[in-house]
Design a protein around this ligand. Structure first.
Ligand SMILES: C[S@@+](CC[C@H](N)C(=O)[O-])C[C@H]1O[C@@H](n2cnc3c(N)ncnc32)[C@H](O)[C@@H]1O
Length: 212
């Protein structure tokens, strides 16, 4: 089956992407909603989660992506692979992550990954970047205490910008990592490493409420 063709970028501020998504229904999305949940924001074709769902089935996996045809294709591939611990949602995460995650019971979301988001290089496009203050706040609100946020990119200025946003929020403590500690690499990560280019990574852990 040929890969679905899509635009490389979509403008997250265009009217179509300002529509609110329905909150995730974990009972409908996962066969066993009591498993811990990993959320991958900006998952593209979702292959990282597909491999993770096979490699570590004790978790549930939720991918979020703004390019709708990729979400449809990824859900079809998950169903064909018989994976009932994997679901993808069409959502503009820079505007609507909070609404999407409203359906998730407290304590369930235990890990978040943000991997190689689009840099939107030009200054006039900075407002289109996926990771913003609201997203950091949303993650802090929904993540379980002790939950981890793994962030990686090959674009140095974007790493500085994203890491600074998490560092500025005192609900998180940084726990630096040199390597990707997951058993799977993303498609973009493999492409970057194949070219021997550097990758900037770190991890943040949500403090326990009593430590705040
Ligand atoms: C460069 S790709 C990286 C994909 C994947 N994480 C990887 O590492 O291979 C960035 C992805 O983030 C998605 N994205 C960008 N802005 C987004 C937004 N506001 N909400 C959801 N997804 C977004 C893009 O459509 C694209 O698929």
């Amino acid at each position: 089956m040929p890969r679905v063709r899509v635009h490389q970028h979509v403008n997250p501020l265009a009217p179509y992407y300002r529509q609110a998504p329905q909150p995730i229904d974990v009972e409908a999305a996962f066969a066993d909603p009591d498993k811990p949940l990993l959320l991958d924001i900006g998952c593209a074709r979702g292959r990282f989660l597909l491999r993770m769902a096979e490699a570590e089935p004790a978790w549930n996996y939720l991918g979020v992506e703004i390019r709708e045809p990729l979400v449809e294709e990824a859900n079809r591939l998950a169903a064909e692979a018989g994976l009932d611990n994997l679901h993808y949602a069409f959502c503009n995460a820079m505007l609507w992550l909070d609404r999407l995650l409203d359906g998730i019971p407290q304590g369930m979301l235990q890990a978040v990954t943000v991997q190689f988001p689009d840099p939107w290089f030009k200054k006039k496009h900075a407002k289109r970047r996926m990771v913003n203050e609201e997203m950091v706040d949303t993650i802090a609100k929904h993540l379980a205490p002790g939950g981890r946020v793994f962030v990686q990119t090959d674009i140095e200025f974007l790493a500085d910008e994203m890491f600074s946003l998490f560092r500025a929020d005192d609900r998180f403590v940084e726990s630096p990592v040199e390597e990707n500690f997951f058993p799977v690499k993303t498609e973009r990560e493999k492409a970057v490493e194949d070219k021997d280019l550097p990758v900037y990574r770190t991890m943040f852990v949500l403090k326990n409420r009593k430590d705040l």
